[in-house]
Design a protein around this ligand. Sequence first.
Ligand SMILES: Cc1ncc(COP(=O)(O)O)c(C=O)c1O
Length: 363
Amino acid sequence: MSIWNHANPQLKDLVAYEPGKPIEDVARELGLRPEDIIKLASNENPIGPSPKAVEAMKRAVEEVHLYPDGASWKLRNALAAKFGLGMGNVIIGCGSNEIIEFIGHAFLQPGDNIVTARHAFLVYKLMAKVFGADTIEVEDPGYVHDLDAMAAAITPRTKEIFIANPNNPSGTLVSQEAIDRFMDRVPDHVVVVFDEAYHEFLDNPPDTLKYVKQGRNVVVLRTFSKIQGLAGTRVGYGLGNKELIDILQRTRQPFNVNSVAQAGALAGLLDEEHQAKTKVLTDEGRDYLQAQFADMGLEFIHSYANFVLVRVGDGNAVFKALMQRGVIVRAMAAYKLPEWVRISIGTMAENRRCIELLREVLA
Ligand SMILES: Cc1ncc(COP(=O)(O)O)c(C=O)c1O
């Protein structure tokens, strides 16, 4: 008898998350040299981590015979100071993805539901499934979250609402006005998660921390994987009211964030110059990619983040053709967008190479 008969039944139709293809895999599979491959598939930082973070991580490596600080005291303290909060308002995760899981552990039971947008980041739905909860997917005209419709979709069994702002993979943003109107309507039994993985790329970011400060049942998620260039270390954080963060802390493994990652994140957080440099490069790259797509007559979604979603026809075929030429982008079938690919913004040399090859592939 198969062990599946004893596994949690909701796992049977769970399709595991497929991340961007690693450079090493593509090199192995296609016989290419890793140094000839450009990865624009996971919204990483093309200039790498802050040199200060690298230095701090090298120093921390000398101490890896010791367990990390399970409470991530220094990092939480620095984040609390940066946002005018207390340490009790901050939780650190092995990536912000882990905090999405904490929230599931804390609030979801079979038969509950979460509300999210039709084209929102996939992990919310996957995590809901792991806990046996349903996902109410709300239509998002123009690929923008419709917060009025999301508020209207809440049921007595709704436990969590996820708002990715900017959203991945669409790159779209919801306004402060829409958020405020939504927060006026949302009942207290629902935890509202503002997933702000791309927050630092915004020129005029909406203020959601005010809801944390007001003690509302809100978790603001941010990450060191994007503008900080520390995706490989896996560090993200959640900001919320003390009671809510205390509940999430109870679901966390004692040493969920390793000591090298904590050291890198702390040094990276303080390196504002590296973040500013990344933002300038991202703005330039986004303008370039979007202008090129317009020139090629391709439909694209105006992005607020470090990637652009573009309609190329057969997304999977274009993904494969680009990969054979050494550029890894992201096919979007898993997001029910089979005609689109998502291209992360790279260095200008990488962006130009990607466009050159895209023109060749589409010709
Ligand atoms: C909207 C969104 N949230 C969360 C994450 C997860 O980031 P992390 O690396 O912190 O787990 C991503 C990563 O792509 C994302 O796009």
